[in-house]
Design a protein around this ligand. Structure first.
Ligand code: CAA
Length: 380
């Protein structure tokens, strides 16, 4: 594959880098401590066109390619992975699926404000008893007249508190198992639709994650996405796209960890010289730079395949699997190189480790990525 970035892609990367430094970095530590949602930052991301990057201008999006989206995600996540996941869910899991499979009504009413960043989206698939085994949806939707009546609980929903619109998967025909699942779009504030407390998380603390409850929520027929029974296919195809988003988030953390460690190792002296001159540190830096670079190449490969209209299921899973592992390992090594300073908030690398861990869990655990990769490899 060819990896020369175009002028436009370089410009998006530079814009994201400058925005992250000037608008996100100053409050990153404080928001992490307070677990404070970055409302103002998300609003400004919308103004930049970063909340609907790949959505066509016809639906008020920025009309950019997937590589540009990944480059922007990397730069934003390099400074604050909490902002990265908020952006990723809106772009990959919400806008992407609505543009591809939403009706004209859904695109007009929901996609346009989401793509402009005027509204925020969430994607609700996971349940207390349906995480990796996502086919086991217990949330039910029963048809009554022109409405579907939803009942059930969703877990671990990113943007769960701050979102305005929610894509919700529910079982509409249990006799058909996963082929009886349907996707709906719901609005915050509908009667019987509520959210739980913000989860007190290890990392990405500035993003909000919570459960959702549905008690006889009336959803109009017009809010069915795609068609009845296509919800699992919808969720799987949407998640394929989400995975290069999370891979980009992980690349950002892996790069940030490496760069912080390199900088510190050139400043800190031990045994009469800067620690970057000790081979023990040099070997770690070499490994960290390879991991960050390889993760980025895998991620841009998946994005490039999507832009070329080719299949990218295996490559998106490979990128997510590898990049998330690289992020965790690089963050651990960055702490090791910083010694005691790595263990306190001021130097940021402890946050990188806490933020990195979830990239091995959400949008399909590392074990699920291996299943997907192996199935794609052995498919006849
Ligand atoms: N792309 C497209 N279709 C896929 C697919 C993929 N990656 N994976 C499975 N499918 C399709 C299969 O082709 C099959 O279709 P048919 O029934 O038409 O043949 C159907 O889905 C069922 O697939 P399997 O028979 O393989 O089902 P399974 O139960 O053995 O495995 C799974 C399914 C791949 C493990 C799936 O359940 C899965 O991906 N689990 C992980 C769920 C996940 O990623 N959750 C993340 C929650 S969202 C989140 O984290 C967002 C956030 O907040 C940040």
């Amino acid at each position: 594959m060819k990896f020369d970035l175009t002028e436009d892609q370089l410009m998006i990367q530079q814009t994201a880098r400058e925005f992250a430094q000037s608008e996100i970095l100053p409050t990153a530590i404080q928001r992490d401590i307070a677990g404070e949602f970055p409302s103002e930052i998300v609003k400004k991301l919308g103004e930049l066109g970063f909340m609907g990057m790949m959505v066509s201008p016809e639906y008020d999006g920025a009309g950019l390619d997937t590589i540009s989206y990944c480059l922007a995600m990397i730069e934003i996540s390099k400074v604050d992975a909490s902002v990265g996941v908020i952006m990723s869910v809106n772009n990959s899991l919400v806008c992407f699926g609505l543009e591809k499979w939403g009706s004209d009504f859904i695109k007009e009413k929901y996609l346009k404000p989401l793509a402009r960043g005027d509204k925020l989206g969430a994607f609700a698939l996971s349940e207390p008893e349906a995480g990796s085994d996502a086919t086991q949806q217990k949330t039910s939707a029963v048809k009554e007249g022109d409405y579907w009546i939803l009942n059930g609980i969703k877990n671990w929903i990113t943007n769960g508190i701050s979102a305005d619109y929610y894509i919700v998967m529910a079982q509409t025909d249990p006799s058909k198992a996963h082929k009886g699942i349907t996707a709906f779009i719901l609005e915050k504030g509908w009667e019987g639709f509520d959210h739980g407390q913000k989860e007190d998380k290890l990392g990405i603390r500035s993003s909000d994650t919570c459960s959702l409850t549905f008690t006889n929520v009336k959803v109009p027929e017009s809010n069915v996405i795609w068609e009845i029974g296509s919800g699992f296919k919808f969720a799987m195809n949407t998640l394929n796209g989400g995975r290069y988003g999370i891979a980009s988030q992980a690349v950002g953390i892996a790069e940030a960890s490496f760069e912080a460690a390199l900088k510190y190792s050139k400043e800190r002296k031990a045994f009469g010289t800067e620690i970057c001159n000790h081979q023990a540190i040099q070997f770690m830096l070499a490994d960290m730079s390879i991991k960050a670079e390889a993760a980025k190449l895998l991620t841009l490969q998946a994005a490039g395949l999507k832009d070329a209209g080719k299949t990218y299921i295996k490559e998106a899973s490979m990128a997510k699997l590898y990049a998330s592992k690289a992020a965790v390992q690089n963050a651990l090594d960055a702490i090791q190189i910083h010694g005691g300073y790595g263990y306190v908030r001021e130097y940021q690398v402890e946050r990188f480790l806490r933020d990195a861990k979830v990239t091995e869990i959400y949008e399909g655990t590392s074990e699920i990525q291996k299943i997907i990769i192996a199935r794609e490899l052995t498919r006849n």
